[in-house]
Design a protein around this ligand. Structure first.
Ligand SMILES: *[C@@H]1O[C@H](CO)[C@@H](O)[C@H](O)[C@H]1NC(C)=O
Ligand SMILES: *[C@@H]1O[C@H](CO)[C@@H](O)[C@H](O)[C@H]1NC(C)=O
Ligand SMILES: *[C@@H]1O[C@H](CO)[C@@H](O)[C@H](O)[C@H]1NC(C)=O
Ligand SMILES: *[C@@H]1O[C@H](CO)[C@@H](O)[C@H](O)[C@H]1NC(C)=O
Ligand SMILES: *[C@@H]1O[C@H](CO)[C@@H](O)[C@H](O)[C@H]1NC(C)=O
Length: 497
């Protein structure tokens, strides 16, 4: 760290000295005419390169501030496979006037990845079957004739790594007054892509810190991944569900897939009919239609710059909205309020969050690992910044256990309800690749007690469960009181019968 900082400051000084030296020694050969000509040339060259990069579609699709913004009318409707984007917030997301943040915890999903192994094989097989059975690919399908499926399995893509670097920058910038002085404590769930995501996030945090001339020169250290919580079978892990038997293997396990297949029968049938009419011999099944749709986000995030896949344009924007709803049903009924044991899976994390926010030992009878949580090395209290890395399903359960989206009516299985009408619930708005929830404590003028705000991908939650004010703020005590479900065990006993 010291070395990096010295190199950084050293470089800065060097540049300054050069400028100063030139200034003094510059011979008076340059006339005003020369300078104007040079400026004109520079301006022209800049214009040329800017227009070139726009025409070749090379402007960045993804930035630390706004996330992924190319073709939002489709890319923000890819369910949990959407790349993170900043979601519009009814309540302004900036820190309210007169408040400063005293504590921040992020809970983040890993970045974009290749399809899981099983899916990757199925996608490849679908393409092979199409190519074997269809003799002629007309019009906009033409590229499929020599299309090769090349995606790998499970790991973060380059684009996904960059997403997490950006997420680290975003966190540093939002919480600058704290990140200048404090190092976040990091935990990652034990799957490779999650651990890798956490490391890439620390890179972004460090980059932003080195670029910040006001950072504390005595900053204690660089962030690191402090704890990896195992995902091995039978492990207690608040960032990954596994040990609630009735949920994993009992009758609650199938609710999500039952719900989403009811919707597939409604929305994917017309798509299937179109493909099968256009591509003689294709005879696609409904499931294969879904696989083809999923190739669109996966091919896009396999491109280092997030270049939109050609497959995407085989479907209409309305069909992407329908696909997004398929993801929303999967999360709602698989892990959210639509599953009687969904929120239960998020209880352990909520009890850990309460401990961190109130600076009191963890009280939990569910999925926490008591060994880890009672050791200050692996579960320190009293820190200002925390970062945890997990998965979409677990984050969905945690949001439900917190009572977020508690006012949303159960999503109908055969009628699409958009995110704004569903109180902000949609797989793309809640758990996209590199999605993140920010939990903040604020000290605000005119309030003796600390206040709490929760932002899901920049969308401020109204926190109606603890009478959130117009800015989405609850007092810390009202927030903790509202978490009765988690504090009283969250139906954990129903996991075993
Ligand atoms: C992400 O981190 C890995 C090491 O964990 C590194 O090899 C890779 O270059 C990083 N990605 C980016 C985009 O910086
Ligand atoms: C709890 O964490 C400890 C320390 O990492 C580990 O050795 C142990 O296997 C974990 N136990 C369970 C049940 O998760
Ligand atoms: C949707 O389907 C699931 C799974 O069968 C079911 O539990 C749920 O009640 C259905 N939702 C509605 C609103 O009917
Ligand atoms: C189309 O596929 C179905 C199974 O999904 C099969 O029963 C049917 O025979 C196939 N039709 C043709 C024309 O291959
Ligand atoms: C893991 O969780 C179970 C269920 O709450 C609990 O009985 C057990 O003691 C926990 N193990 C550890 C190491 O915390």
């Amino acid at each position: 760290m010291e070395m990096l900082r010295r190199r950084f400051h050293g470089g800065h000084q060097h540049e300054y000295a050069l400028l100063g030296g030139n200034e003094k020694a510059r011979p008076r050969l340059w006339t005003r005419k020369h300078s104007i000509l040079v400026l004109l040339l520079i301006a022209l060259a800049t214009l040329f390169f800017v227009s070139l990069s726009i025409r070749s579609g090379e402007q960045p699709c993804d930035t630390p501030e706004a996330g992924y913004q190319c073709r939002p009318e489709i890319s923000h409707f890819w369910g949990q496979y959407s790349p993170y984007f900043s979601v519009a917030s009814d309540i302004p997301a900036h820190t309210p006037e007169g408040c400063h943040i005293t504590f921040a915890q992020v809970l983040a999903r890993h970045g974009a990845r290749d399809p899981t192994l099983g899916k990757s094989l199925l996608y490849g097989a679908t393409i092979e079957r199409l190519k074997a059975n269809v003799k002629h690919f007309p019009g906009r399908y033409a590229f499929l004739a020599d299309y090769e499926y090349t995606l790998g399995a499970d790991q973060l893509s380059i684009f996904g790594q960059r997403q997490l670097v950006s997420a680290g920058v975003n966190f540093y910038e939002r919480y600058k007054p704290l990140s200048r002085d404090f190092v976040p404590f990091l935990r990652a769930s034990g799957q490779k892509r999650v651990i890798d995501s956490a490391w890439n996030w620390t890179q972004g945090f460090r980059e932003a810190m080195l670029a910040d001339e006001h950072t504390n020169p005595h900053h204690p250290s660089l962030p690191a991944v402090d704890v990896v919580v195992s995902e091995e079978e039978g492990m207690n892990n608040t960032l990954h569900h596994d040990i609630c038997t009735e949920f994993e293997t009992g009758k609650f396990g199938a609710i999500g897939s039952t719900a989403k297949f009811k919707w597939v029968e409604v929305f994917a049938e017309p798509i299937r009919a179109r493909f099968n009419a256009d591509l003689i011999g294709a005879n696609l099944t409904l499931t294969e239609v879904i696989y083809l749709m999923e190739l669109c986000p996966f091919e896009t995030v396999a491109s280092p710059t997030g270049k939109i896949s050609r497959i995407c344009d085989l479907f209409t924007t309305e069909e992407w909205r329908q696909y997004n709803y398929y993801g929303s049903l999967d999360k709602w009924y698989g892990y959210g309020h639509g599953n009687p044991l969904g929120p239960t899976q998020g209880v352990g994390f909520v009890n850990e969050l309460i401990a961190r926010m109130t600076d009191e030992a963890v009280t939990d009878t569910t999925s926490t690992n008591r060994t880890l949580d009672s050791d200050p090395q692996t579960f320190p209290l009293g820190r200002r910044l925390y970062a945890d890395f997990s998965h979409d399903n677990d984050m969905t359960a945690i949001m439900a256990a917190l009572g977020l989206y508690g006012e949303t009516s159960h999503l109908p299985n055969r009628t699409l309800v958009g995110a704004p009408e569903a109180g902000g619930f949609s797989a793309a708005w809640t758990v996209p690749f590199a999605g993140r929830v920010y939990f903040e404590k604020l000290q605000c003028a005119g309030h003796d007690e600390e206040l709490v705000r929760v932002l899901v991908n920049d969308r401020v939650q109204p926190l109606l469960q603890c009478e959130g004010d117009a800015l989405g703020r609850c007092t810390l005590s009202a927030f903790v009181d509202s978490l009765q479900f988690a504090r009283s065990g969250g139906h954990w006993a129903a996991c075993f019968k």
